[in-house]
Design a protein around this ligand. Structure first.
Ligand SMILES: C[S@@+](CC[C@H](N)C(=O)[O-])C[C@H]1O[C@@H](n2cnc3c(N)ncnc32)[C@H](O)[C@@H]1O
Length: 216
């Protein structure tokens, strides 16, 4: 996997993504379905895998890329009450961010911005579910989008970042063309060779997915 083509213009891709997820949150509200997940249990199972990147630290800063309505904060409040997290959530959808601010606007050490590239460096970054729904984007444009997103995360994370991907199905004919699935190898290679990280692959957690933990 090579780096995103220099200067690849992803503006149309961002517009399509924004439209898709804005429609979801308008229809289902601040619920797992509002960010295209089926339930809280699997949404939080993904957070468990991604947050392994933080290595059990109790005080850290975190950029949550594609934060949706900030569901990871409910996870922290329920399961990681002793952790002090300086949190910044980013999302392409302004409607998503409006919901997030309504839910979490009063929370200490918590901010949200509309966008894709963090305006600050943090200890860690996570991205859950960003790469799964390819919509009608051409395959090379979608891989450029993923590569760009990972490169932005690498550039704004001091200690490491984590992202998840859908793994291939056994029978390709069962799948819809709008979903993006990948084996881990090309993205591990990209994160190590191009972004200079050290990658741990996390799989086998009960979903047809994998999570990459990329340490700086
Ligand atoms: C599947 S939802 C998951 C939301 C949240 N991470 C969660 O697990 O509850 C993906 C979200 O990422 C946002 N998104 C996708 N690509 C993005 C990007 N490159 N930068 C910022 N937000 C992005 C979408 O607007 C959407 O709200």
């Amino acid at each position: 996997m090579d780096a995103a083509p220099a200067g690849a213009d992803l503006a149309d891709t961002y517009t399509s993504i924004t439209r898709y997820y804005t429609a979801k949150i308008l229809r289902h509200g601040a619920t797992p379905r509002g960010v295209d997940w089926t339930c809280t249990a699997t949404q939080e199972l993904r957070f468990v895998q991604l947050l392994r990147i933080c290595g059990g630290s109790s005080r850290f800063s975190l950029n949550d890329i594609g934060c949706g309505y900030g569901a990871v904060l409910a996870y922290f409040d329920r399961w990681e009450r002793t952790a002090t997290v300086d949190y910044l959530g980013l999302d392409l959808s302004a409607t998503m961010i409006r919901h997030a601010r309504r839910l979490w606007g009063e929370r200490a050490h918590t901010r949200f911005v509309v966008g894709t590239t963090s305006p600050r460096a943090a200890d860690y970054a996570i991205a859950s579910g960003l790469f799964n729904v390819r919509l009608h984007e051409a395959p090379d444009r979608w891989t450029a989008f993923i590569a760009r997103t990972l490169a932005d995360m690498a550039a704004t994370s001091r200690r490491g970042f984590a992202a998840n991907f859908m793994a291939p199905k056994d029978r390709a004919e069962d799948d819809t063309a709008e979903l993006y699935r990948s084996v881990p190898a090309p993205w591990i290679e990209y994160c190590e060779r191009v972004l200079g990280g050290s990658v741990e692959l996390v799989a086998g957690y009960g979903l047809r997915e994998f999570t990459l933990l990329v340490r700086s």
